[in-house]
Structure formats: C-alpha cells, structure tokens
Design a binder for this molecule. Structure first.
Ligand SMILES: Nc1ncnc2c1ncn2[C@@H]1O[C@H](COP(=O)(O)OP(=O)(O)OP(=O)(O)O)[C@@H](O)[C@H]1O
Ligand SMILES: [Mg+2]
Length: 387
C-alpha cells in the first residue's frame, strides 16, 4: 500500500493538534511507520507530545516521527536557485539583496515550502502514513488552494516551458531592466511548477489523501466548519470525516447543564448537516491529552477498532453527466448559496467563483465549447446545465 496522507483542519483551538497527534500515536503503536508534521507556523505539536520537535523529522517514539516545518529552513535547503534569481531581481531594482528571512515573508512561500516537503515525503515512500496538523481554517484553505492558484498564474503569465523561455527572453530583455532568469532559474521554476501540479494531484486523490474537519459543538465552530467544507469541495479535496471534539459528558454538574443542552442542539445540527460524512464524537477529557501515552489512549477512544487511516468515505465531488441530450456538471457544494456564486466558461475552463475564492475546472472535450445556462441546488449538489 502506498503512503496515506491525512490532514486535520478546523477553527482555532478546537483540537486539531491533539487529534492529529493522537491519530499518529495510535497508527504508530499499531505498527504503521508514521510521520506527523505541523504546517501551522504557531507550532504546538512539540507541546502536545511534551518533547522538542524540530525542522527536520525526529523520532518521537517507535515508528513515530515528527516535524514542525520551518519556511526559512525550507528555502535554504530547497531553493538556492530561486533565491539567486530573486536576489538578482531585487538588486536590479536598486533594492538590497534579499535574505532568506525576507523571502520567507513573500506571499506564497510558506505554502509552497510546506507543499514541497509534503511531496518529498510522499514520493520518498518512507512512511505508511503522513499526518498533517494544519493551521486554523483560513490558512489551511490558503495552503490547499495554493497549487491551483499558483499553477494557473504560472500557466498564464510565467513562460514556464524552456522553449517559451528562449522565445520570450530577447523580448523581455529589450523591454526593461528586469533581468530574465537564466536557465538554472528556469529549471527551478519548472520544477516548482511540476511539483505543485503533482502535489495537487496527490492531495485531491481520494485513494491517497483525506481531509478531516475538526470542530467543537458550538455555533461558531459549526458555522466555520460548514464554510470550510464548502470551500474544500469547491477545490475538489476529498473530505471523509468530521471530528466533534470536547463534548461535555453527563454528570458534569448543574453549572454545565445549560452548556450540555446547547451542545446537544448543535450536535443534532452537525448530524443533520454532515450526514454524508463519518462523524466521530470525542468527549471533553478530564485533563489535557499531552504526551505519547495519553495521545495514544485518546486515539484508541476515537477510532476504536477502526484503522485511523481507513478511507471512511470515498467519492468524487464533480460529475459530468448527460441527461436527455442535455449536458450537466454536478458539483457537490452543500452549504453554498447560488446568489453568492458566479459561474462562467472561460476558454474551456469552467470558472466557479464563491466570495473571494475561485475554482478553475478543466472541462472535458465534450464540454469545452459549452456555456453554463442555468444552475440549481438539488440535495447539496449544484447542478449546472451547459449548452
Ligand atoms: N478532548 C479533549 N479534552 C480535553 N482537552 C482537550 C481535548 N482536545 C483538545 N484539548 C486541549 O485543548 C487545547 C487546544 O487543543 P489543540 O491545541 O489540539 O487545538 P488546535 O485546534 O490545534 O489549536 P490551534 O488552532 O491553536 O492550533 C489544548 O490544551 C488541548 O490539550
Ligand atoms: Mg494546533
């Protein structure tokens, strides 16, 4: 079996790190070679295990390795050429040479660094499971939408092909002071481009990757989770489960009875709204789950006899169907509102815009020259008619 990738995301503080760490602990104790990595710049994986975890994978326990990704480290070790290009570019503009620290603050570098590490570990085939403890929702969505946004941008604007580079370079050189990158730099940009395409394929392949939502039974996390789910499906990511964490148990006393009732109401809403996902319910424990043993125990409580890396639900989020001579694109988007959406065909790509997010769907041949003429929501699916 090839490596499985499990990514845990959700609102701040709901228990992503604890659940990712307990999943990793349980997997490793059951004999799976497991790497747990934190992509949250405010790392707390080390705190969860009660040990120091560094910028390279370190052994935490038998079969268990951990890493807290550092973008500076990634830039220094992975991107010497790109750094060279950026330095040259900055200098040509009369700016001081850039340091790795400054490059690290450029938009997109965090995301790119994390994704490159992930691809490296996936392709290295050293681990049975890679568990990702990710940053709170907004940042995770930025990370997951990055490959598509970036490759789209590079496709359209940056002349990636070597041939194109050769054609463009003389023109660029006559236009202005901006230096065209040399062959080395082009090679590294090409590598980045193909790596991003690959990692997107890996992360959207439901046989390999699974995204898991973590929430608490309160109104605000519930709402954020619904939005996150919609955006994840919009980007074609396979989500199989939701983890409802920190549920008050019976006999918590009078003070908490109001909270318990409120939680019960929200849990009913979660059961209803996420009935297509596997729902894990986790009690509020009587102490913080810190350290390998407690985490492993928590993992056992969550998954029971199930394999934590099992695919609890499989299926594609997009379907192209033809009914009675009419062409449809069916898109699973359970919590979106049609009035917030903008849908159009642009050069054979179906563009779906929802708020600030945009998904580009490459249309199959039969759909390339068809335009959306109507859309309606049926049972959580956006049915787009194409003509
Ligand atoms: N089921 C639980 N019972 C008791 N304490 C818990 C439980 N789950 C998590 N905690 C505690 O809640 C706190 C927040 O958990 P955690 O750090 O895992 O959340 P997070 O979603 O990763 O937060 P952040 O968004 O800051 O990364 C921690 O102190 C953790 O030990
Ligand atoms: Mg965390």
């Amino acid at each position: 079996m090839s490596t499985r990738i499990l990514l845990y995301t959700g609102k701040g503080g709901v228990g992503k790190t604890s659940i990712a760490a307990s999943t990793a602990s349980l997997l490793s104790s059951r004999g799976k070679k497991t790497l747990v990595i934190s992509t949250d710049p405010a790392h707390s994986l080390g705190d969860a295990f009660g040990t120091e975890i560094g910028a390279v994978p370190l052994k935490i326990a038998e079969n268990l390795f951990g890493q807290e990704i550092s973008v500076n480290e990634a830039i220094n070790s992975h991107w010497a050429e790109l750094k060279g290009y950026l330095t040259g570019l900055f200098q040509s503009q009369g700016l001081d040479p850039v340091s790795a620290e400054e490059i690290a603050t450029l938009p997109g570098f965090d995301e790119a660094a994390q994704l490159l590490y992930l691809l490296e570990y996936y392709e290295g085939k050293k681990y049975d499971d890679i568990i990702i403890d990710s940053a709170p929702t907004g940042e995770s969505l930025k990370l997951l939408s990055f490959p598509e946004a970036m490759t789209w941008y590079m496709d359209k604007i940056f002349p990636v092909g070597r041939l194109a580079a050769k054609l463009v370079r003389p023109v660029m050189n006559t236009i202005g002071p901006m230096p065209m990158p040399n062959d080395e730099v082009f090679k590294s940009v090409e590598r980045l481009y193909s790596a991003l395409r690959k990692i997107r394929d890996v992360l959207t392949n439901s046989n390999i990757s699974t995204i898991r939502l973590v929430t608490n039974p309160d109104r605000m996390s519930f709402n954020e989770t619904k939005r996150a789910y919609t955006y994840l499906l919009l980007y074609g990511y396979p989500v199989d489960s939701i983890f409802v964490n920190k549920i008050y148990q019976e006999n918590t006393g009078n003070f908490f009875s109001g909270w318990r009732n409120a939680q019960e109401e929200i849990i009913k809403g979660i059961d209803y709204s996420f009935s297509d996902l596997n729902i894990f319910k986790i009690p509020l424990l009587n102490s913080e789950p810190i350290g390998f043993e407690k985490l492993r125990e928590m993992g056992g409580r969550i998954y029971g006899m199930n394999d934590p890396d099992k695919i609890f639900k499989k299926g594609s989020n997009v379907e192209f169907t033809k009914e009675k001579g009419k062409y449809f694109v069916k898109f699973k988007l359970p919590f979106a509102d049609k009035k917030d959406m903008n849908i159009y065909n642009k050069g054979g790509e179906l563009i779906l815009e929802l708020g600030n997010w945009k998904r580009v769907l490459y249309l199959p041949a039969a759909y390339v020259d068809k335009n959306p003429i109507g859309a309606e929501f049926i049972n959580g699916y956006l049915n787009i008619e194409m003509k």
